[in-house]
Design a protein around this ligand. Sequence first.
Ligand SMILES: Nc1ncnc2c1ncn2[C@@H]1O[C@H](COP(=O)(O)OP(=O)(O)OP(=O)(O)O)[C@@H](O)[C@H]1O
Ligand SMILES: N[C@@H](CCO)C(=O)O
Length: 307
Amino acid sequence: MQLGADHVRVRVPATSANLGPGFDALGLALGYHDTLEVRALASSEVRVDVTGEGAGEVPDDERHLVVRALRVALDHVGAPQTGLHLTCTNVIPHGRGMGSSAAAVVAGLLAARMLVADPTGLDDATILALATELEGHPDNAAPAIFGGATVAWSRDGNGPQAARLQVHPDIEPTLVVPVSRLATRAARGVLPATVPHGDAAFNAGRSALLVHALAQEPALLFDATEDRLHQEYRSGVMTSTWELVRGLREQGIAATVSGAGPTVLVLHPVSDRERVAAAVDELVGGSPRWRALQPGIDSVGAVAERL
Ligand SMILES: Nc1ncnc2c1ncn2[C@@H]1O[C@H](COP(=O)(O)OP(=O)(O)OP(=O)(O)O)[C@@H](O)[C@H]1O
Ligand SMILES: N[C@@H](CCO)C(=O)O
């Protein structure tokens, strides 16, 4: 396998996983994107220039997550490893539950797909499988790849699978993003090994309802976003997030923890945009610790092109 291009661009969306009850399964792509350009170099040099989120923090060498993913994909199809120059323009905040690590991994894998002469060995199913191996969470990787809302699951022996939902056009997300970070690993560390059967049954019902609400009946989003499997267990490591979720829900607003937190996700009808903004403003407005985003839904997923 040879390289077929030496300059590619990838645009990849932020994602919000879980959406309340769909723990480790449901995810939504957001209209909020990191963009990167990759040049294959004749030398073995690796250079990473980052503007925006992660600048001055993430490694600028082989340890960079995009570079690692790109190398895994090149190896997967037997393409030659090469020197690389990455130019990353990042807006997805790191460690906030908006899928920054899944976005970086998917971006690296798709950059490799565009660089190689024959991309057929890196089809979407392979990208999802490699992303899950690298990052661990198909509930973020699937919407980053396919756009819209997705249900991800694993089939023994066949790796991660994903189904895409058509999201009702009247639904939009509001995200309330704190300054503070929480590593996904830390948020998973406080989950119990087992949960009561009644809570598992509760979440099964709410997840099923959520798929219906997302696709067809946004009026049911408030009930459909209730969860008993993860959010309250995590409240101790994200107290202000949990307070905000509860404060919004007391006003009948469908607020949840975005992914592993600490960002708050609200799913609401488009016509409720101002009402949700006002409720957020009332609860945390004026605090330099929070900012609200209304990015819309990305219905396309990651896009890659040769330049
Ligand atoms: N664009 C990027 N470039 C390089 N490294 C990144 C990038 N985005 C994320 N990372 C790495 O991933 C880490 C964050 O991963 P983590 O899984 O904890 O949070 P998240 O992906 O933002 O949130 P969540 O998985 O809950 O949605 C960062 O600290 C950084 O090491
Ligand atoms: N479903 C995962 C998402 C992590 O991005 C979690 O909540 O831990």
